[in-house]
Design a protein around this ligand. Structure first.
Ligand SMILES: Nc1ncnc2c1ncn2[C@@H]1O[C@H](COP(=O)(O)OP(=O)(O)OP(=O)(O)O)[C@@H](O)[C@H]1O
Length: 686
């Protein structure tokens, strides 16, 4: 059985008996606003245009005059709903300047009505495809990758998703009662989105297609820009299908593409039965009303006909973000500047070539064990975080080691090494050595706390971390803040419940099956500060929010598949109860970097730029003749934080860029000189 089949199977196995209540219908409405969110996260002029033309117009054009008052009424509501449906999404978006500067990505989200039976559920399928970097806009305009990837995902009969969907739809009529209940409950009970990574499938298809001369599946002209000899082009194509159960909390980041990926298309497509309910908020059903029919032709419910919207080609344009980035960074030559980057570093950096290899490296950690794994983790941090080796060691020892880096959505989960790592984690758990659930990072601003958190989440292969600033948790409505805290944990709860049932109710094994959920609360002192005896409403809310968090971390229903990371500049303000073992147990101070630390940070920031500046390298001798300046020394950067150093690098880059603009040498002739760095230093210090 393919992974998707396994997922679905495990999900359906997790169900217990309970009825589908009308409350769920309310949730369905919530799903629509999820859609709104999805759009607003990824707004763009193109998106608006596409939504308008492909969805809104289409919906309108479906409305045909009808003389039967009853039917007319139904249709009007239907129209209203669909209109509102789209409007909800479009209105909420902030279509901004991004469009000009950005790569003109179109963010579509594919949203299907998944209500297979009379009882209402809406399920969303978010179809995301990522595209190749550095496409030339002239070519991009002629290509509709969305279309092709959509076909790959949904229309190709060999594709796992399609066959699964077909299988499901063929079962609609003859579905067994028991199975029907299972499905409904699954949809209700599994609040976390299911992720299906079709990337390798898409890669295979593209590569196969490329090698097939007769009747190619994708016409050659659409692949002409793909340099098949360059793995990195292929490796930047990703394709994810995300299934969002209705009413689920969508972690904002779960829908955000991975670093370095370029969203090329997400397609929004919506349908729902009981539109009347959504529209009016009433749940009364008219006698004789046929609920399954929602729209003429576009989605004939509940079949899985191809939505015609995919037939439409969408033109895309604009420069890719990579172009923008590289043009800003071109010309950096750290070796010329300070000779800080060794040749080995360069080779190592070049091998990644600026592309995101995190997912690969995560797999690498998974297949390591023992010391080998710890070393690999340590190296992972070293390449990205400078000057914090003791802190990193502490985090690896206390937080990362002993965690089985296991995701049940991992296609490699048959790997024997991973099994070994899991067994080790199970043994440790049996010994009572469960991994810690809370980490506090505290220290001066800009010292790299957030950076550390990001790397921790990456190295663990966890679900995309949920990052929120503590003040965002406060809600002016009574009980609202507590609800927001609970929502943070909801996804983890859902997944744990699912794993628990798969493990036959075995609590101890369940969390090992669940992927880790990293919850990050920044500026944690703003809310979770010492509880005080006061009867003003603000203090009461804060106290209650602290209590809620404590309960989630270490209460009766504590969640072992959660790693909570708090960050603060003011540790002394935090509630003592939050800091005790079992809660934010590991506390790591992130200090200002010392000289050697600053050197490492400089290396990291210069190193990154050097990759992009390969072509613009200048003879070392020129700079060497002027003498070696140790920027990391106290004389230059004493008292600087990591963020200060990053800012210094950016500032020097901008100075060089403006000079290049003035003297007309352009980006190709861009070179950052020692004087630029010194000027930047002066500006930063003044
Ligand atoms: N140790 C470091 N190594 C490499 N880069 C660093 C380091 N510390 C900071 N930086 C750079 O500074 C930027 C800002 O750092 P970061 O946001 O992690 O600081 P912070 O400690 O979370 O700050 P705050 O407490 O104000 O939120 C990072 O994105 C990174 O580019």
């Amino acid at each position: 059985m393919d992974i998707f089949g396994q997922l679905v199977q495990s999900a359906t196995q997790t169900l217990t008996s309970s009825d589908v209540s009308e409350n769920e219908i309310e949730h369905s409405y919530g799903s629509a606003s999820q859609g709104q969110w999805i759009c607003s996260r990824t707004a763009g002029e193109m998106q608006k245009t596409v939504l308008d033309s492909l969805v809104l117009k289409r919906a309108r054009s479906e409305i045909t005059p009808c003389h039967n008052p009853k039917r007319h009424h139904a249709r009007r509501i239907q129209w209203k709903f669909r209109w509102k449906f789209v409007t909800i999404k479009v209105d909420g978006c902030s279509f901004g300047r991004r469009v000009e500067r950005n790569f003109g990505s179109i963010d579509f989200t594919c949203m299907y009505d998944f209500s297979l039976w009379n009882l209402v559920r809406i399920r969303l399928i978010v179809f995301t495809c990522y595209c190749l970097p550095k496409l030339e806009s002239s070519r991009v305009e002629n290509i509709d990758l969305t279309y092709y990837f959509a076909r790959l995902c949904f229309f190709d009969t060999a594709c796992q998703t399609t066959s699964w969907v077909q299988q499901q739809s063929s079962q609609v009529s003859g579905v067994e009662d028991e199975q029907r209940t299972q499905w409904l409950r699954w949809m209700r009970n599994v609040p976390s989105p299911l992720f299906l990574d079709l990337t390798s499938h898409v890669h295979d298809l593209i590569i196969d297609n490329h090698h097939t001369s007769d009747d190619p599946w994708i016409p050659k002209e659409h692949l002409e820009f793909v340099d098949m000899s360059l793995d990195r082009y292929i490796s930047r194509i990703a394709c994810h299908v995300i299934l969002l159960p209705s009413g689920s909390e969508t972690a904002p980041l779960s829908l955000v593409e991975s670093t370095g990926a370029h969203v090329y298309g997400k397609l929004l497509y919506g349908g729902v039965n009981r539109f009347r309910i959504l529209n009016s908020g009433k749940t009364v059903r008219r006698v004789g009303e046929k609920r399954e029919t929602i729209s003429g032709g576009v989605i004939s419910h509940p079949s899985w006909d191809l939505p015609t919207v995919f037939d439409k080609s969408v033109l895309m344009g604009g420069a890719s973000t990579d172009m923008v980035l590289s043009s800003a960074a071109l010309g950096w030559d750290p070796a010329v500047m300070l000779d800080l980057v060794s040749e080995e570093d360069l080779v190592a950096n070049n091998s990644t070539d600026g592309f995101d290899t995190d997912s690969k490296s995560n797999h690498a950690y998974q297949s390591f064990e023992g010391k080998q794994r710890t070393d690999a983790l340590s190296a992972h941090f070293q390449n990205r975080v400078g000057g914090l080796q003791p802190q990193i060691d502490a985090i690896i020892r206390r937080v990362l080691d002993g965690r089985s880096i296991y995701s049940n959505f991992d296609s490699d989960n048959n790997n024997s090494m991973i099994k070994k790592a899991r067994l080790e984690a199970e043994e440790l758990a049996a010994l009572g050595l469960q991994p810690v659930r809370g980490l506090l990072l505290y220290g001066r601003p800009g010292t790299g706390k957030t950076l550390l958190v990001r790397e921790i989440a990456r190295s663990l292969g966890a679900r995309p971390p949920k990052i929120c600033a503590a003040p965002e948790l406060l809600d002016r409505w009574v009980g609202g803040s507590e609800r927001r805290v609970r929502e943070l944990f909801r996804e983890a709860e859902g997944e744990l419940a699912m794993c628990r049932m798969v493990a036959g109710g075995d609590d101890s094994g369940a969390f090992l099956q669940s992927a880790l959920h990293v919850i990050v609360i920044d500026e944690i002192d703003a809310v979770f500060r010492k509880r005080i005896d006061a009867d003003n409403s603000d203090a009461i809310t804060r106290n209650s929010v602290v209590n809620q968090l404590l309960a989630k971390l270490d209460g009766v229903h504590a969640l072992p598949n959660v790693l909570m990371i708090g960050m603060t500049n003011r540790r002394e303000l935090l509630d003592e109860a939050l800091l005790r073992p079992g809660r934010l147990e590991v506390q790591v101070e992130v200090p200002l970097p010392a000289e050697s630390g600053r050197r490492e940070i400089l290396q990291i920031h210069f190193g990154g730029l050097r990759n992009l500046a390969k072509k613009a390298l200048r003879p070392l001798s020129v700079m060497r003749a002027r003498g070696f300046v140790d920027l990391a020394s106290d004389e230059y950067t004493g008292g600087f934080s990591g963020a200060d150093i990053a800012g210094l690098v950016r500032n020097a880059g901008s100075i060089a860029l403006s000079r290049a603009r003035v003297d007309g040498s352009g980006i190709d002739g861009l070179l950052i000189t020692l004087e630029d760095v010194m000027q930047a230093l002066q500006e930063v210090k003044s």
